[in-house]
Ligand binder design. Structure first.
Ligand code: C2E
Ligand code: MG
Ligand code: MG
Length: 471
């Protein structure tokens, strides 16, 4: 028999081997303190995140399982998942050294919000998890989440950089009846997902409805994978109208999905799913091919706008695709306008910037879409000269009467005019709004005032006969 014992008075570890003889027992004792300490250190190292000194995923899950089993009656537990907003961009922009410092500071600030019995871990790149143990009331968890949001508000001073960093947080409360660690994590993760998409920088608490929604999305993703093959995708076109004379300068391609059971699903819902799953690459390629082929049947002077997701630039060789499609369809490069939303700091992401330059070399026009909503930065306009920009429809919404004003929109149009960048204002729904945009002096407008987006035949009709609104 082999025994291991700690000899408390000395703090040393002993290993004893016992051998039974004919009528005696032999006992051999060794001091194994050093080996034992090394083992402990190895286990500790295997459970520690070397960057922040907190637990890593493995260390965290061991403790989570143990805490769930030992959960006391009348005490609540909660799990928090958090990640750093725009961490990839921070890394890309300022380098991994700065990224590391950000993570360390986040860990320190998180720790300062916790009580000794709570457990903090960095469980992945920019992902943190916290186990709130032995709470009196489940409401304590939301109080803590609020405190964490507050703890990130102060700017991060890193060397000569001063950054504003925020976390997105998902929270799930463990019930006494449910001690399944994996399920608890999934719930916190779903809450985090909702925070990311709906309220980055804030927090959400898991509800069963989130699970329903996630199942629906997963199903939609699966259906979307078959949509191309089953011809459920379809293109619609919306005229881009010259403010001066009401003639059609170009048409924007808008993707439509006719789901066999759920009917039309709006692109705002399925494009993000396609981006998540990577399906945006084949779908985007299909859109480009179909749209260019259609535009070849339009008058030479009419341009074609196609929306491009930044994910397509990450996933595929977009310039190569555009070149192939232009060659195959014979569309003049000048007629193709690629609309790209400003979701990344273009000037800071070298691959993205290089891709834009390669696209420009092909002779196509590059249009900054939805200006004023995302990462609008004036420095960005300087770093890459887009050929035109489109102003998000949200600005026009407040124009109802002739006397209504839009100071921000005025300023944006003024700035664009100053740098001689043609502007399209989106979301014109009424004559009043059209008059307003005319006064501002934007080159083009787009909107339901000129009718809903139409199919290819409809577009040919509009091109042949002109827009009803300007007839
Ligand atoms: P977007 O590129 O900003 O397209 C304009 C959106 O505004 C379209 O919505 C259009 O129908 C809508 N719209 C146009 N005029 C008006 C108006 O007067 N009032 C209002 N309220 N809305 C108006 P849609 O078709 O639902 O597309 C939404 C977004 O989905 C697009 O925004 C674009 O970002 C994305 N999207 C659509 N098709 C594609 C595509 O083929 N590829 C990619 N990557 N994204 C696409
Ligand atoms: Mg667009
Ligand atoms: Mg837009």
């Amino acid at each position: 028999v082999r025994l291991e014992l700690s000899w408390a008075p000395t703090g040393r570890w002993l290993e004893a081997d016992l051998y039974p003889g004919e009528d005696d027992i032999s006992l051999f004792v060794r001091d194994v303190t050093e080996r034992k300490l090394t083992q402990d250190r190895l286990i500790e190292a295997a459970e520690t995140d070397s960057l922040t000194g907190e637990f890593n995923r493995r260390g965290f899950f061991t403790r989570l399982e143990a805490a769930l089993t030992a959960q006391a009656r009348g005490r609540a537990m909660a799990l928090i998942c958090a990640d750093v907003n725009y961490f990839t961009e921070i890394n890309d922009s300022f380098g991994h050294g700065v990224g590391d410092e950000v993570l360390k500071t986040v860990a320190r600030r998180l720790k300062s919000c916790l009580r000794p019995r709570d457990i903090l871990a960095r469980t992945g790149g920019d992902e943190f998890m916290i186990l709130l143990n032995g709470m009196r009331r489940p409401g304590d968890a939301t109080t803590l989440a609020r405190r964490i949001v507050g703890a990130m508000e102060e700017r991060f001073e890193l060397g000569d950089l001063s950054l504003r960093i925020s976390l997105s947080i998902g929270l799930a409360i463990a019930s006494l009846a449910d001690r399944d660690a994996a399920r608890l994590c999934r719930h916190a993760d779903l809450a985090l997902y909702e925070t990311r998409t709906e309220a980055p920088g804030s927090f959400r608490v898991f509800t069963p409805a989130m699970e329903q929604e996630s199942l629906r999305k997963r199903q939609l993703k699966r259906d979307l994978a078959d949509a191309l093959g089953r011809s459920e995708l379809e293109l619609a076109f919306q005229p881009i109208v010259r403010t001066a004379d009401g003639t059609i300068a170009a048409a924007e391609t808008l993707l439509r999905w006719n789901h066999p059971e759920q009917g039309r699903i709006p692109p705002a819902e399925f494009i993000p799913l396609a981006e998540e799953s990577g399906l945006i690459a084949p779908i985007g390629a299909w859109v480009l091919r179909q749209a260019c082929a259609a535009a070849c049947r339009w008058p030479e002077a009419v341009g074609l706008s196609v929306n491009v997701s930044p994910r397509q630039i990450e996933l595929a060789d977009l310039p190569a695709l555009v070149r192939d499609v232009l060659e195959a369809t014979g569309l003049a490069p000048r007629r193709l306008h690629l609309e790209i939303t400003e979701t990344v700091l273009v000037s800071r992401n070298r691959h993205y910037l290089a891709t834009l330059h390669r696209l420009r070399e092909l002779g196509v026009r590059l249009v900054l879409d939805d200006f004023g909503t995302g990462y609008s930065s004036l420095a960005q306009l300087d770093a890459f000269r887009f050929d035109a920009m489109k102003i998000d429809q949200s600005f026009l919404r407040r124009i109802r009467a002739e006397t209504d004003e839009t100071p921000i929109l005025n300023a944006i149009v003024g700035m664009a005019t100053a740098i001689r960048m043609p502007i399209t204002v989106e979301g014109v729904e009424t004559q009043v709004q059209l008059n307003h945009v005319r006064r501002l002096g934007a080159a083009c407008v787009q909107g339901f005032y000129f009718g809903q987006p139409v199919n290819e035949a409809g577009m040919q009709g509009l091109l042949a006969r002109g827009l009803p609104a300007s007839r």
